[in-house]
Design a protein. Structure first.
Length: 498
């Protein structure tokens, strides 16, 4: 593999053609075929990636199984020390990670730096948690025995990561699985495999044993995933992506009774009530909607405004949205980067057409920016109806839809009128009102007076069609552990004189 660390390419990856291999059983290995990675800001091919096929999936599973017993048996302190070493190396390579993420995803450098800080934080968090995984001890209800519960690693895991947050998703999933004592196979998104390669290279350099971490990247995700998930030795899948793909993977997992965690689509309501701090709500909505060019599952998908403040919010929101600078993530002062691919860009254009056909009022934007790269202008619509297919469509684009309601009750009803249940947001200065409504919102996460809430110590995840399980916090580790119950007979007649 062309190293992504300690080479001239680190100083400026632009202009370099990178060749990256698969990582299986502690070795970087190439394949006969390769696929290209393109910079979405320029259209330039920046890397040739070894293209994993089904046979590589089998080899990775062999390696993960071979390493599983020793890794699970490693003492918590020894495993924690590896995590501390990995965290130190991650921090040392912060600039390299930011450079690679900007290069292949296009996101502004400030956003890449923020993603890096959160990602590295997961390894620090899990390093501190590994030695604190406790079981329970109790008396059997009829007496005569003791109930002991402990936790064991679920086994080899298949981690499928998306392109929109390539480092965060790898670190959050792998961090929890490795902390629990599981071996992993990471499948990176074909749009952003370089970030995953640098992440795995860093774990290798930190001393993680061969076979504990394996990396596959492929142009044919379906064929590779089919092979790995058909292997009876696989015990866990963790996937972040669309609800449609997640449903297909769940059906496949069911055939082998494989444990599954799913972080799927979102339709996040961003509710601003009549007593909210409007300036705060506007600032947070801008970030929540346009971060990563709107390509986030937790983005503000439906901005729901109480009629008493709707016009003030709208005018301030479009004024700030119009000031957002769109461009190459390497350029100074850029707020919004490109759409990840030409295919996704065409989808954004179709969304805009659908809003227009549905009678929504275009306030700003609405078109592709005429320059090289996949750039689309920040777009804001005033939606005329609280019903229709677009109300339940995950936009995943720099397109904001503003809806008006007459009461908090109507806002709650509209917010919950979706099959999704990932992230939601609520702005009010009344604490009691916030708690009452937050408890009624049918979402796994509620941001109260804030538009960003990811944290290594928090349980990230959704309800309904937005998935199963949680990532981060204590819950994140236990997703990769199985409880074991020991019933131990005790002769209670034996006492102090035994």
């Amino acid at each position: 593999m062309t190293s992504l660390v300690g080479t001239p390419a680190l100083a400026d990856l632009r202009g370099h053609r990178i060749s990256t291999e698969l990582f299986i059983g502690g070795r970087w290995t190439s394949t006969a075929s390769a696929f290209d990675v393109t910079n979405p800001s320029t259209g330039e091919v920046i890397a040739a990636m070894s293209d994993a096929g089904p046979q590589d999936g089998s080899l990775a599973m062999d390696a993960a199984v071979l390493a599983a017993e020793a890794w699970a048996a490693m003492s918590p302190r020894a495993r924690a020390n590896l995590f501390h070493a990995a965290h130190a190396l991650l921090v040392e390579r912060a600039d390299a990670f930011a450079e690679v993420m900007v290069l292949e995803s296009g996101k502004p450098r400030a956003e890449a730096a923020g993603e890096f800080a959160l990602s590295a934080g997961f390894f620090q968090w899990y390093a501190e948690q590994i030695a604190h995984l406790h079981g329970t001890f109790a008396s059997g209800s009829p007496g005569g025995y003791r109930i002991i519960t402990t936790h064991q690693p679920v086994g080899p895991c298949f981690l499928i990561t998306p392109w929109n947050f390539p480092l965060l998703m790898s670190a959050r999933k792998a961090g929890a699985a490795l902390a629990a004592g599981c071996t992993v196979i990471i499948k990176s998104a074909k749009e952003t495999p370089l970030t995953a390669a640098l992440f795995v290279q860093t774990l290798e350099d930190a001393g993680f044993p061969p076979g504990v971490v394996n990396l596959l990247h492929t142009s044919d995700s379906a064929a590779l995933s089919e092979q790995v998930m058909s292997d009876p030795r696989l015990r866990k899948i963790s996937f972040t992506g669309s609800t449609g793909v997640g449903s297909t993977l769940l059906a496949k997992a069911a055939s082998n009774i494989v444990n599954a965690s799913m972080e799927l689509g979102g339709d996040g309501p961003f509710i601003v009530l009549d007593d909210a701090d409007i300036d705060l709500a506007v600032r947070e909505a801008i970030v929540c909607k346009f971060r990563n060019a709107g390509q986030a599952c937790v983005a503000a998908n439906r901005i729901i405004l109480h009629e008493a403040i709707a016009e003030e919010f709208t005018q301030k929101f479009i004024a700030q949205a119009a000031q957002l600078r769109v461009g190459d993530g390497f350029d100074d002062g850029v707020d919004v980067g490109p759409i990840i691919s030409e295919r996704q860009l065409e989808r954004v254009a179709r969304l805009v057409a659908q809003f227009t056909e549905a009678g929504a009022e275009l306030l700003i934007g609405g078109s592709r920016i005429d320059r090289t790269g996949n750039f689309f202008a920040p777009t804001v619509f005033r939606a005329g109806s609280l019903s229709g297919e677009l109300c339940n469509e995950e936009l995943f684009a720099p397109v904001a839809a503003l809806y008006t309601v007459s009461s908090g009750e109507e806002a709650l009803a509209f917010a919950n009128a979706t099959p999704y249940g990932l992230a939601s947001y609520l702005f009010t200065n009344d604490l009691s009102r916030a708690f009452v409504l937050a408890e009624k919102l049918e979402f796994g996460m509620v941001g109260i007076n804030r538009g960003i809430m990811a944290d290594p110590a928090a349980a990230f995840g959704g309800t309904k069609a937005s998935g199963l399980g949680r990532e981060g916090g204590h819950d994140g580790i236990y997703e990769f552990l199985e409880p074991k119950y020991l019933a131990v007979t005790i002769d209670e007649t034996r006492g102090a004189h035994a």
